[in-house]
Design a protein around this ligand. Structure first.
Ligand code: AS1
Length: 418
């Protein structure tokens, strides 16, 4: 652009391009002579370029400052990190969809307050995580759209006194727009804060899934068995299969939260425009990108090997107290107001619990002592019937879950073709 606009001679521009390519090769080969005395990578590259190509290298910095350079570099890095993150989220979503399809009709207990609440389909549970990660994809996409702005040409803070063609540079670097204010352009790190926030929420979702995997793989729950390669033994207790990968993901969520707080704290006290504090944006950001990508990669590999103990989850889903709400709804169907039906079922549950009985063992005459509306059809209320009754959009009825699965698959298919 500088040569095109007549700002520097064409020959010098050509020499700079060849020289920068040689510098890139040296960096990639690992034999670039980094010199800490030169402060940062910008000055290292410029010095090396001048060593390689001579005086033309001194024209490299025409019309720019390290301030708009670093604002650009961080955007380029973040753009690539967003692409990788969305690909990682898609891989985990695919694993969740496969699990949902594999165990599509399997019933399990659904929980609130970690107390057994109502039967649900295991596929419904897996698709809940699909939806969380779908929102994560949306957040990273939003971040990519908002940061799609070229800061180059802002100079140190005030713009540059050369006839630059910023639009041509934006097109060459594939940015949708050029920044409208040079002072904002060099001071802005909102896109990093947004990435950190989206990463913190995505890690929170993975951490919640990790927590479930840790609980589900315990002997007490015994809902799932993790693949051997995603468990570790104990150095002392030979029988153990520790769910370390899920635990480590849960633990690593903390450092991602820490880096979000770090960047917000760096930014909060800065006057316009560039301040060297901004250099502190790097360490936490690189760590967050590495942590998020590696965690997503581990989950995409671990989930496909997770085996559901279908016998165990289905037998717990069929435990009769889980149907107490359905029995109250049954009375509502016979004309009893819901609050009264709820009271009947509360007393019935207390009665059965005191006698060590299940609701399904209770004779009809006993049911009728609590509410005369009970009839023999009450025994038709099973876990499968309970699930099938939740036949409204977003519910756990098999046909609704099939809709959710189809929706998830079509989202994944449409993104594969993009
Ligand atoms: N020190 C400095 N910019 C550093 C930018 C890059 C820094 N390594 C970072 O990572 O933020 N100053 C400006 C000029 C200035 O604002 O004084 C420059 O040299 O272009």
């Amino acid at each position: 652009m500088l040569a095109q606009q007549g700002i520097i001679p064409r020959d010098d521009a050509d020499a700079i391009i060849v020289g920068l390519s040689a510098v890139q090769d040296e960096i990639e080969r690992g034999d670039f002579p980094w010199d800490p005395a030169l402060e940062d990578l910008h000055m290292n590259i410029e010095r090396r370029l001048t060593d390689l190509i001579g005086p033309a290298g001194a024209r490299l910095h025409t019309g720019r400052s390290r301030n708009d350079q670093i604002a650009l570099d961080m955007r380029l890095y973040t753009r690539a990190a967003i692409d990788d993150t969305i690909a990682g989220l898609r891989s985990v979503q695919r694993a969740l969809v496969d699990l949902a399809g594999q165990y599509q009709e399997v019933l399990m207990p659904g929980y609130t307050h970690l107390q057994r609440a109502q039967p649900v389909l295991f596929a419904h549970h897996m698709l809940a995580y699909f939806e969380m990660l779908q929102r994560d994809v949306g957040r990273f996409t939003d971040c990519a759209v908002r940061m799609d702005v070229l800061p180059l040409g802002s100079g140190a803070l005030a713009g540059v006194p050369y006839p630059t063609d910023r639009i041509a540079v934006a097109l060459a670097l594939e940015f949708a727009e050029i920044s409208p204010n040079s002072m904002d352009a060099v001071a802005d790190r909102d896109f990093l804060a947004e990435f950190h926030a989206a990463a913190a929420i995505a890690m929170m979702h993975i951490s919640r899934l990790s927590e479930e995997i840790v609980i589900w793989s315990s002997r007490e729950f015994d809902f799932v068995r993790l693949p051997d390669e995603f468990t570790t033994g104990s150095s002392i207790m030979p029988q153990k299969r520790n769910p370390d990968f899920a635990e480590i993901a849960r633990g690593k969520t903390g450092r991602v939260y820490g880096s979000l707080m770090g960047i917000l704290t760096v930014l909060k006290g800065l006057p316009l425009t560039y301040n060297r504090d901004l250099q502190e944006d790097k360490e936490g950001f690189f760590d967050t990108v590495d942590t998020l990508l590696s965690t997503l990669s581990v989950f995409a590999d671990m989930l496909p090997g997770m085996k559901l103990n279908t016998h165990r989850v289905e037998s717990l889903a069929s435990e009769s107290y889980m149907l107490a709400t359905d029995l109250a709804d049954y009375l509502v169907g016979k004309g009893v107001p819901f609050r009264d039906a709820h009271g009947v079922m509360r007393r019935l549950c207390q009665h059965c619990e005191a006698d060590g009985m299940s609701l399904s063992d209770l004779p009809i005459a006993e049911y009728q002592r609590f509410a005369p509306q009970f009839d023999d059809d009450v025994y038709a209320i099973t876990a499968a019937a309970s699930v099938a009754a939740r036949d409204n959009p977003g519910g756990t009825a098999p046909n609704r879950v099939a809709e959710g699965l189809a929706r998830a698959k079509s989202i994944l298919t449409s993104t594969e073709t993009q």
